[in-house]
Design a binder for this molecule. Structure first.
Ligand code: ADP
Ligand code: MG
Length: 365
């Protein structure tokens, strides 16, 4: 997948106009607050979801105007295609190859990219919720069925937790728990199985990337931590059985506390560098490299699933990386189209092959 041009109108601080990137590495260079991230955000919006910066679409509209428009030309599924987005205060209009679509989610099957921005460091720095969201959004992107299992599981969980609180006051309701527990185990096991499969694939690829970024000096591992003791070669039936047993085992405590103590909503992933927790022990640069490796691995898995190389969007990754790690990102990510922002003149000089755009006060040259 390659972007051949993107045109902006009233998009944040960017001056109306078109840019034509190259098929390889595109360096977006400029001082702070000039519009580099705005350009990355514009590209990301064509993946069909919300911005990685805000969930309010209308924030991208240039101040004092009433709509923003983006037009993308790209090469995907072995042909040239185009998409446009018109964002106004109340709605977002999407058209793909001249055909208007009801929702921007129809872009998911058309255009694909992965994005790294500094907020993604929370994947290591923050709590397990952030990591579960990362894995879940990847498996949902893969198959609608997984998104259905996730939403059913979450609904069952809310209802079961409400029932647990009722049981505190009306103990005779305990008998009705069995039905909920069976449903929870059913949908939960689909989710756990998919997550285990995804984490295994992600770990293999992320560890290869990390090996490249760190020039062989660090080993990255990603492991799924299952509160149900599920393992990656378990069948779904085995996982369902283990999960059911765990729910039963925890029932007394669940009732006492009014919450469900085990299940995929309590699972996590462990990110280890040289066998040690990256959250507790890794330096800023190591954490950044680890998240970056995970993002590049996400792209590799997407490529295998879609048969298409996603566009790689890297915002502010280069700071805090040493020269050889920067060199890997600028010069070793062959075969895919990359957009990478930076503030340092030295970074653009490090680029061996590609195109440099200079951004100043919203003007891209
Ligand atoms: N809706 C908007 N309309 C006009 N300007 C905006 C809008 N949203 C953000 N900006 C401006 O865009 C600039 C930031 O651009 P950004 O891409 O984040 O900079 P950087 O080059 O540091 O990545 C800021 O100066 C901000 O005031
Ligand atoms: Mg920025």
């Amino acid at each position: 997948m390659k972007v051949t041009s993107i045109e902006f109108k009233n998009f944040r601080n960017l001056r109306d106009g078109v840019i034509i990137p190259c098929a390889g590495v595109n360096v977006i260079y400029g001082d702070n607050a000039q519009g580099k991230t705005n350009l990355i955000e514009a590209l990301w919006l064509f993946c069909g979801g919300h911005s990685f910066r805000t969930s309010k679409d209308s924030e991208v509209i240039k101040w004092d105007t009433d709509f923003a428009r983006l037009d993308l030309n790209f090469y995907g599924q072995e042909r040239p295609q185009k998409a446009s987005l018109i964002i106004s205060a109340k709605k977002k209009l999407v058209s793909i190859n001249g055909v208007e679509k009801k929702s921007s989610s129809s872009l998911i099957e058309k255009f694909c990219a992965v994005v790294f921005s500094p907020e993604h460091l929370n994947l290591i720095k923050r709590g397990p919720g952030e990591r579960r969201r990362f894995i879940d959004s990847a498996i949902c992107r893969e198959k609608l069925q997984n998104a259905v299992a996730l939403s059913k599981y979450n609904r069952m969980l809310i209802q079961r937790n409400a029932l647990l609180k009722d049981i505190m006051k009306k103990p005779w309701l305990e008998d009705t728990l069995d039905i909920w527990d069976a449903q929870l185990a059913r949908y939960g096991s689909v989710l756990i199985k998919k997550r285990l499969e995804y984490v295994r694939m992600l770990s293999e690829r992320a560890s290869d990337f990390h090996n490249g970024i760190s020039k062989g000096s660090e080993k990255l591992q990603i492991k799924y931590i299952s509160t149900e003791n599920a393992e990656s070669n378990d069948t779904q039936e085995e996982i369902e059985k283990k999960f059911s047993e765990k729910i039963l085992q925890n029932r007394k405590n669940d009732i006492k506390l009014g919450v469900t103590l085990s299940g995929p909503h309590r699972d996590d992933i462990d990110i280890l560098i040289n066998e040690k927790s990256a959250k507790a022990f890794a330096s800023q640069g190591q954490q950044r490299s680890a998240v970056l490796s995970m993002k590049l691995a996400e792209a590799a898995v997407l490529r295998e699933r879609m048969g298409e190389e996603p566009v790689i969007l890297l915002d502010d990754v280069l700071s805090e990386l040493d020269q050889s790690r920067q060199d890997f990102l600028l010069n070793e990510l062959k075969h895919c189209q990359v957009f990478i922002t930076c503030c340092e003149q030295s970074n653009k000089e490090q680029l061996k092959e590609g195109k440099v755009f200079f951004v100043k006060d919203g003007t891209i040259n």
